[in-house]
Design a protein around this ligand. Structure first.
Ligand SMILES: Cc1cc2nc3c(=O)[nH]c(=O)nc-3n(C[C@H](O)[C@H](O)[C@H](O)COP(=O)(O)OP(=O)(O)OC[C@H]3O[C@@H](n4cnc5c(N)ncnc54)[C@H](O)[C@@H]3O)c2cc1C
Length: 275
């Protein structure tokens, strides 16, 4: 596991590809919101008609009598026979590598994942598991990812490296990136040529993300951001090329608390999420 503590004090020029995204407009949770509002509408209509609402059997109570209501859960998605076979073909060599070749004790002893191990992980495509195939990733669903994780978790250091890279480090680009940004960043992240990190925690801020002190200040000419602050416990912090850094910007409206997420890379991109 490669973690690092580092102090940020940099300024970044806006490139012509600078972008701003309103998290509320593109938030994937919006779909969940609209489905829950139609659910509320349906419930209200049933109440008005005097009809008895449908009831489910108690989910947790049923677990104790061996009944498992899979309809209650989003996962696992059902894979087709072909998908299962294809997944097994991908998992098999990875499992062999993790159980027969990998020296996890040496990784712990040396606090370092050897370069040849990194190379093998890249060849398996493990840095691109959740990245769509069009960008060179494996395009895994949550079920496929979970199956592969049964193997990659055999070495916790490797799992944290892969997890920080894709579950958090590059997730902002996947969820909120423009097509142009995805095309620019995702292919190299999928192959592992670029490693991603997610920089949120600070010495005075852990679970309470809103209390971060790192701030990004726009210069008077509006061309440059000055990023100042300190981050720690950043998985992949010492090896990442792409970092998603959480920083606060100046609050312009009293009702809005603004956190800016910056992608640090050769060209600087910025996403704003208004909270
Ligand atoms: C292996 C590892 C990898 C990590 N990688 C990263 C990384 O890549 N990037 C990154 O930014 N950070 C990373 N972290 C840091 C991690 O995100 C923080 O440790 C985490 O956010 C918790 O913060 P904290 O340790 O300051 O604990 P605190 O926030 O100080 O919490 C201390 C305790 O209080 C409890 N607590 C906190 N708030 C409440 C509340 N409101 N109500 C009840 N209980 C509460 C917590 O559950 C916890 O038990 C990593 C940590 C580990 C262990």
């Amino acid at each position: 596991m490669t973690q690092s503590r580092f102090v940020l004090s940099r300024n970044f020029s806006r490139s012509t590809t600078y972008d701003q995204v309103d998290g509320r407009k593109t938030n994937p949770l919006a779909d969940a919101d609209s489905s829950s509002s139609s659910e509320r509408e349906r419930t209200s209509n049933i109440a008005k008609s005097g009809e008895k609402p449908p009831t489910n059997e108690p989910f947790v109570k049923n677990l104790f009598v061996g009944k498992f209501d899979t309809k209650m859960l989003i996962f696992p998605e059902i894979l087709t026979k072909d998908e299962v076979e294809e997944l097994n073909q991908l998992v098999e060599p990875v499992e062999k590598f993790f159980t027969q070749q990998l020296d996890s004790a040496a990784i712990d002893r040396n606090s370092k994942i050897p370069e040849e191990v990194f190379q093998q992980l890249k060849e398996f495509g493990l840095f691109g598991q959740i990245i769509p195939m069009e960008y060179g990733g494996l395009g895994f669903s949550a079920t496929q990812l979970a199956r592969m994780a049964e193997v990659t978790t055999l070495d916790p250091s490797i799992y944290v490296t892969l997890g920080a890279h894709q579950a958090i480090g590059l997730k902002g680009i996947l969820l909120q990136g423009t097509d142009q940004q995805k095309a620019k960043y995702l292919p190299k992240l999928a192959t592992g040529e670029h490693i991603a990190a997610f920089c949120l925690t600070e010495s005075g801020s852990g679970s309470d993300a809103a209390s971060i002190k790192t701030h990004a200040t726009l210069s008077e000419d509006g061309k440059t951001y000055f990023l100042n602050g300190e981050k720690l416990w950043i998985s992949n912090g010492g090896i990442a090329e792409i970092m998603t850094v959480f920083a606060k910007t100046k609050v312009t409206k009293p009702t809005v608390r603004c956190i800016v997420i910056c992608f640090l890379s050769p060209a600087f991109y910025c996403f704003f999420f208004y909270l």
